[in-house]
Design a protein around this ligand. Structure first.
Ligand code: PXP
Length: 249
């Protein structure tokens, strides 16, 4: 069965739009932890949160509260930055997903250059694994990056599906990207990596993703939080789970 990890960053984005400077115990909404619990109730299999160095949405307290409250798996998305690595080692999420981070970007725009930073990533991978935390690397579906991810000793890769999602309505580009995802997933599986995928997924573009073999989990944020504005989180999560059903594996 294909699992669903819900990224609740954009619940925090909405909170920060109004309450960026709120301190102490004042109740501010919407609460990303309450949202995570609602997603679990709706049937998701994990919760993802990205503690960015600029703390633009999720803040430190959210991560600690998520660790305490959720009953599924916590996927801590982060840059390979010393300050954030130290936080992860203390929080002990179930899994860390290392992503590239640039201050000016709207969202995580590209994949991690594992091949170009192999020793730094391998060192962080070892420290996290030694603390009992699994490691995933968010990469573009490129053969050299998949090979480098395996060399780093990571347990998982997460294939960046942003290009697939962006080109979904351009048949040739979309099919080319689908072929790249299929090839990368097969390569990763052959090298002993487990494979997740994420970025830009919607109820419209998930059905074709069933053609990509060996997927363990999809990580989905923006479309679920956006749909929730109209139909509520429970229905938005269930709607996504529905189009994920029947994945052939
Ligand atoms: N996976 C990773 C590694 C991401 O950085 C993001 C975006 O924060 C997602 C999945 C979710 O992407 P989206 O919000 O487009 O569903």
């Amino acid at each position: 069965m294909l699992k669903l990890g819900v990224n609740i960053d954009h619940v925090a984005t909405l909170r920060q739009a109004r309450y960026r400077d709120a301190t102490g115990e004042r109740r501010v909404e919407p609460d990303p932890v309450a949202a995570a619990l609602a997603c679990e109730q709706a049937g998701c299999h994990g919760i993802t949160a990205h503690l960015r160095e600029d703390r633009r949405h999720i803040v430190d307290r959210d991560i600690w509260r998520l660790r305490e409250a959720i009953r599924t798996r916590l996927n801590f998305e982060m840059a390979n930055a010393p300050e954030i690595v130290e936080i992860a080692l203390k929080v002990k999420p179930d899994i860390v997903c290392l992503v590239p981070e640039r201050r000016q970007e709207v969202t995580t725009e590209g994949g991690l250059d594992v091949a170009g930073q192999l020793s730094a990533i391998t060192e962080t991978r070892k420290r996290l694994n030694d603390a009992g935390i699994e490691v995933s690397l968010f990469i573009a579906p490129d053969a050299p990056q998949v090979a480098a991810a395996a060399e780093s000793g990571a347990q998982f890769i997460e294939l960046h599906t942003g290009r697939y999602a962006d080109h979904f309505h351009l048949k040739r580009e979309r099919n080319d990207e689908l072929q790249r995802l299929i090839a990368a997933s097969k390569q990763a599986h052959g090298l002993g990596l487990r494979v997740n995928a994420g970025h830009g997924f919607t109820t419209e573009n998930i059905p074709l993703i069933h053609l990509v073999p060996h997927l363990v989990e999809l990580n989905i944020g923006h479309s679920i939080v956006s749909r929730a504005v109209f139909i509520g989180l429970d229905a938005a999560v269930k709607e996504i789970l529905k189009v994920m059903e029947g994945y052939p594996g």
